[in-house]
Every structure is written in structure tokens, then in C-alpha cells.
Design a protein around this ligand. Structure first.
Ligand code: CTP
Ligand code: MG
Length: 244
């Protein structure tokens, strides 16, 4: 197995509020993107990380990652390429930068800075053991309702049903794929103008099998301001534990 990670980091982070692009916002004084790349680099399975940066921020991101690399440390190679207008386009541009020998791809959001290495390893292992597409997932805490359109502005939404929560998983990244499969579904989605919120969704759309391995609560995505507060707390706890 020769696994590379593709890290989409080209989003603006609109839901996080005004400020730098989300991947460059800091957590414990270090950009989210640097945390995410380090988390992937901790996995022995990952030989290359392709970071997909905002198209006007490629040089800045390259400098940032060069500066974050410990002197003389071995670890995966790091490449930086320019992203696109949607997450899917950014992933496609990242895939295009992979060298031929890569046969397994892990797609990991820069916005998930605290993913434990065990999750990265579990996803890579499941692909190595034969799965074409693997996602880490966690059980839901909340009950989920299926709703219909409100009858008018400001009116409540009617509930259409309650899926059995025990059959639902919130999915995270890294999502792992046989490279050939991921490339195929991205090519088809481009031709069909299909947009999905995650890469596994493309595989499902075209009839491929996707399996779930256990994710981790600390692999949550930093999306809204409150997520940044939680991430700071998790990081502070980790740093305190490392000191003891
Ligand atoms: N992403 C990307 N290219 C885009 C849009 C998103 O590479 N055109 C990346 C983000 O940088 C992030 C990941 O995809 O690491 C998940 O997306 P999301 O959490 O939605 O991040 P943003 O799009 O930046 O946030 P928002 O939707 O709030 O603007
Ligand atoms: Mg987004």
C-alpha cells in the first residue's frame, strides 16, 4: 500500500465568522491546517500529504508548512496546490497532483485538526484489507427528525418522520479510498455536474460500496465559533496530559 492524504483547505470558513480562511485560523497558536497535517503525518501509512490551499494563498500555506516542519525530521512529503470553488473541486485538484505510485487516498478536512492517529490508521487499514471506500463514523447524540417545507415564512416545519437513531452515524474524515475508485467517481461527477458533501457520497451515488469504521469524538469538524472553543479545550487537556 502506498497511501497519500489529500487535505482540502481552500474554504473560506463563512460559518466561523469574519477573519482569515478557516484553515489558517489558530488553535493553541497553531493554524488548524498545521494541526491537521501533523495528525496525518503521525500515521506511518501516509507517505505524502497534498494540501489544497485557497487559490490566492498557495505561497502563504507553503511557507507556513515549511516553517512547521521540524528540522531533519522524517515524515511524509508535503505538496501544496491551489483549490477550487467547492470542496469537491478542491479534492479533484488535489487528486490531480498525486504521483502514479499512490494507490490509496485518504481525504481529510483541514477543519478537523484534532483527529486521533488511531482513526487515520483504522481507515487506512480497512482500505488495505480490501474495502474500496471507508468512512469513520460515530453514533448520534441527538434524535434526528425528517422535516418537510414550512407552509409559509416564519411558520414551523412539519415533521415527516424519525429515523431509528441506532442505524445512523455522523461521518467524519479521513475518508479512505482505493485511488482508482475515487478518481473514477470524481471524473463521473464532473461530467454529470453532480455535487456531493463528501467523497463517500459520490461512491454511493454511483452504486459503490462504502463501509464505516469507528470514528472519534475528537475528530469533529470546526465549523462554528463554539467548535473553536471546544477544540481549544481538547487541545489544552492534551497538552496538560502530555506534561504529566
Ligand atoms: N474546502 C475546500 N475548498 C472549498 C470549500 C471547502 O478545500 N471550495 C475545504 C475546507 O477548507 C474544509 C473542508 O473543505 O477543510 C470542509 O469544508 P467546510 O467545513 O464547509 O469549510 P468551509 O467551506 O471553509 O466553511 P464554510 O462552509 O462555513 O464557509
Ligand atoms: Mg463549506
Amino acid at each position: 500500500m502506498n497511501a497519500a492524504a489529500v487535505v482540502p483547505a481552500a474554504g473560506r470558513g463563512e460559518r466561523l465568522g469574519p477573519g482569515a480562511p478557516k484553515a489558517l485560523r489558530e488553535l493553541g497558536g497553531v493554524p488548524l491546517l498545521v494541526h491537521a497535517v501533523r495528525a496525518l503525518a503521525r500515521s506511518r501509512a501516509v507517505t505524502l500529504v497534498v494540501v489544497v490551499a485557497p487559490s490566492d494563498g498557495v505561497a502563504q500555506v507553503r511557507a507556513l508548512l515549511d516553517g512547521a516542519r521540524p528540522e531533519g525530521a522524517d515524515g511524509p512529503d508535503i505538496k501544496v496546490v491551489a483549490g477550487g470553488a467547492t470542496r469537491q473541486e478542491s479534492v479533484r485538484l488535489g487528486l490531480a497532483a498525486l504521483p502514479p505510485q499512490v494507490d490509496v487516498v485518504l481525504v481529510h478536512d483541514a477543519a478537523r485538526p484534532l483527529v486521533p492517529v488511531d482513526v487515520v490508521d483504522a481507515v487506512a487499514r480497512a482500505v488495505a484489507e480490501g474495502a474500496g471506500a471507508v468512512v469513520p463514523g460515530v453514533p448520534l447524540a441527538d434524535t434526528v427528525k425528517l422535516v418537510g417545507p414550512a407552509s409559509g415564512p416564519g411558520r414551523p416545519e412539519p415533521v415527516l418522520g424519525t429515523p431509528d437513531r441506532s442505524t445512523l452515524r455522523a461521518v467524519q474524515t479521513p475518508q479512505g479510498f482505493r485511488r482508482e475508485l475515487l478518481q473514477q467517481v470524481h471524473d463521473r461527477a464532473l461530467a454529470d455536474a453532480l455535487d456531493a458533501t463528501d467523497d463517500a457520497g459520490l461512491v454511493e451515488h454511483y452504486g459503490g460500496e462504502v463501509v464505516v469504521v469507528p470514528g472519534h469524538e475528537e475528530a469533529f469538524k470546526v465549523t462554528r465559533p463554539l467548535d473553536l472553543v471546544l477544540a481549544e479545550a481538547v487541545l489544552a487537556r492534551r497538552r496538560a496530559q502530555d506534561d504529566f
